[in-house]
Design a protein around this ligand. Structure first.
Ligand SMILES: Nc1ncnc2c1ncn2[C@@H]1O[C@H](COP(=O)(O)OP(=O)(O)OP(=O)(O)O)[C@@H](O)[C@H]1O
Ligand SMILES: [Zn+2]
Length: 681
């Protein structure tokens, strides 16, 4: 079963008594021959398989070169009566022996036997007892084999030399050899013991390893580490959330307030029980991605200083029967054992969605049922609070949002301008930034950004500053990374020819001039002719505040600003040279005009009425709507033309400044439009 490595040499062994007798064979042949002849039969007897208790000795490791021919004959005769008699080897030996002094130097019979035994290397390679048995069956008793295979001339010489150098008299040589044999035997026994204990140790280690693997797979705590590899268990790491508190979550004040009572409950569940109050078991955090739902849940656990169990809904969504359900079971079992605590299930919709069983999610129903059963299975004041998060509350299974389950909903919206400012300040404080940085300006220009996106913006600005070899982050890097997130990376590598650059500069200046000179337009933030994403240039405007509502004048102003690009092209380069670059401007203007007519009731002709599905309307109404939209756009176009004609000089100055500097911020645009000279940067 457990074969040893090939470096371990096979041992051909004989009992000690045989060896001693062999040395003294000429004198005490009878006892040896009796025991050896027994040995011959051992090859097939089961006795042979069971190792004898007597210490075993390897004869081939003994120096026997000093034996004279006569002695060898006697020895062999006494050890191998069968072989010697049957094959008449001794006579053969006598006639063929040439002159070799030593037994091993004789190249005749015994060497033949060696080759008959197929090369010494083969013998050396023999590994298992069974192989050895097979060999010995057709050759000779094992010890003779060792005897015959003796080929370590150097060892033999050492013993010879030793006897010579020590000047051991003939009479004592036998005693010397016996002593040598005893010493050898001891060493042999020791090697055997070492080998045995090595074998035993390996066996024990192997068994321990097997137990270890089994234990790891069974133990739910240890299996956490194996979760990803085995995919079958479900334990979840509890994480102590001391370091995350409400202080870390910015711009979601209402949500924090609502969750404050949950924190109180987790801190002291008994207090609530005494008063008979009942807290929801499950809280549903609803909001767009990256608004800090996970962060809030962590903060709840952190504020209350209780363990936090994180699980993602998609982890429970398994192709295999029962896996999702068993994961949920394990999660709740562990949480209950560690109450008070918070279980957080991210992407709840992917485990608790209303989906019917489909080939993609064959066992989702089972998983939802398990979740419901677990939620029903513990008492409200047991100290376990389940917080679920979703971007699509509509997609949740109705059973999940019934009272007693996720019955409290907390909305986590995208932050408003104040929230965004706070978030930006929070992340700016983690990096080095210039005192001139005004987080509010960035906040104003990042309508709709989530907390995660704002964090990313600050991070990208820091990276940009590092790449540019700056010591601090300035507004420039922040603006840069904002544009990158909004419009894709700059395309500096694109070679834009001068003609196109000029067209772009006049087009963008057109937008900027209209924005600057129209009362209800948003203030300009920046103008650039640096290609970015799919655009060749752009003008960004900045609302002073998040706009909850927009007036008719503001909408018209937005249309006018959109028209400014094309009007500029037409006025400067002529009708024949207008470009395709204004298509997205027209999209924008047309959308606003359409909404004014069909949604906002801002057309006198069509009245205060909404027209949702324009395809189903009568042809007359449809053409009336179209007519109104057309008029709004035409008027807008004319207004833009008027402004650009009036401010042709400013328009030209701004376009040239853009051609020189590529990007101009609000202040620089103002300087140019006021007719002042722009300082060289
Ligand atoms: N309001 C916030 N205040 C501070 N940091 C925030 C805020 N919102 C998001 N972040 C940052 O963005 C990271 C991601 O947010 P989080 O994972 O909490 O969002 P989420 O709403 O759970 O998103 P998803 O729905 O994609 O899971 C947070 O780790 C945090 O660094
Ligand atoms: Zn444009």
């Amino acid at each position: 079963m457990f074969s040893l490595s090939s470096t371990v040499q096979p041992q051909v062994t004989v009992p000690l008594s045989h060896l001693i007798n062999a040395f003294h064979s000429p004198k005490s042949t009878s006892s040896v021959s009796a025991s050896v002849s027994q040995n011959q039969h051992r090859d097939v007897s089961p006795e042979h398989e069971a190792p004898s208790n007597e210490p075993m000795l390897n004869l081939r490791d003994l120096g026997l070169s000093e034996l004279k021919i006569g002695q060898i004959d006697q020895l062999v005769d006494s050890l191998l009566p069968g072989i010697c008699k049957g094959k008449n080897i001794s006579s053969h030996w006598h006639t063929s022996h040439v002159s070799a002094q030593s037994f091993f130097e004789n190249k005749y019979v015994f060497i033949q036997s060696r080759s008959f035994k197929t090369l010494k290397s083969r013998t050396r390679r023999l590994q298992s007892t069974s192989e050895r048995l097979a060999e010995t069956q057709y050759i000779a008793p094992s010890f003779v084999k060792g005897f015959l295979l003796r080929d370590r001339g150097s060892d033999v010489e050492t013993l010879d030399k030793l006897m010579k150098t020590k000047n051991i008299p003939e009479a004592h040589q036998d005693a010397f050899k016996t002593g040598f044999a005893e010493g050898f035997l001891k060493a042999q026994a020791l090697t055997q013991k070492t080998n045995d204990s090595l074998r035993r140790t390996r066996l024990i280690l192997f068994v321990l390893l097997l137990f270890g693997i089994y234990g790891l797979l069974k133990n739910p705590f240890l299996s956490v580490r194996f979760r990803t590899t085995t995919g079958l268990d479900s334990a979840v790491d509890p994480v102590q959330m001391k370091n995350v508190t409400f202080e870390h979550v910015k711009g979601v004040e209402e949500a924090k307030q609502e969750l404050q009572e949950v924190v109180e409950f987790l801190k002291n569940p008994q207090k609530f029980t005494v008063l008979g109050g009942k807290l929801p078991k499950g809280i549903l955090l609803v909001g767009p991605p990256g608004t800090g739902k996970t962060l809030l849940a962590r903060a709840v656990a952190g504020e209350a200083d209780v363990p936090f169990y994180y699980a993602s809904g998609s982890e429970f969504d398994e192709m295999f029967v029962g896996v999702g359900a068993s994961r949920i079971r394990n999660l709740f079992r562990e949480a209950k054992a560690n109450a008070p605590c918070v279980i957080f299930i991210d992407e709840l919709d992917s485990v608790g969605g209303k989906r019917i069983e489909s080939p993609m999610h064959p066992y989702s129903r089972q998983t939802i049922n398990q979740l419901l059963a677990e939620m029903d299975g513990f008492k409200p004041n047991e100290g376990v609070i389940i917080i679920g998060a979703t971007n699509f509350p509509e997609a949740l299974d109705n059973a999940l949002i019934r009272p007693g389950r996720f019955d409290m909903q907390v909305t986590v919206p995208r932050p408003d301008v104040r929230g965004r400012t706070e978030i930006l300040k929070w992340y700016l404080n983690k990096i080095k930034f210039d005192q001139s940085v005004d987080p509010e300006i960035i906040a104003r220009g990042t309508v709709g950004f989530s907390g995660a996106e704002l964090e990313n913006l600050v991070n990208q600005a820091a990276l940009k500053a590092a790449v540019d070899g700056k010591e601090m982050v300035t507004m420039k890097e922040l603006e840069f990374s904002k544009d990158k997130i909004l419009m894709g990376p700059e395309r500096r590598s694109v070679e834009i020819d001068n003609k196109n650059k000029t067209i772009t500069a006049y087009h963008e200046s057109g937008h900027a001039i209209i924005a600057y000179y129209t009362k209800d337009a948003m203030p300009i933030n920046k103008a650039t002719i640096m290609p970015r994403g799919p655009t060749l240039g752009h003008v960004s405007l900045l609302p002073e505040n998040d706009r909850w509502n927009e007036t008719r004048a503001q909408l018209l102003a937005q249309m006018d600003v959109s028209m400014g690009g094309r009007v500029a092209e037409e006025l400067i380069f002529g009708t024949d040279h207008i470009t395709t670059g204004a298509s997205s401007d027209f999209d924008n203007a047309t959308k606003i005009a359409k909404w004014m007519v069909t949604k906002f009731g801002m057309s006198e002709k069509l009245g205060v009425m909404t027209y949702s599905d324009t395809g189903k309307l009568s042809p007359e109404t449809q053409s009336a709507i179209e007519q109104e939209i057309r008029i709004l756009l035409k008027d807008s176009y004319e207004r833009a033309k008027h402004i650009l004609k009036t401010h042709a000089k400013e328009h030209k100055n701004l376009a040239e400044a853009l051609l020189t500097y590529e990007t101009l911020d609000a202040k620089e645009i103002q300087i140019v439009l006021e007719g002042k000279k722009l300082e060289l940067r």
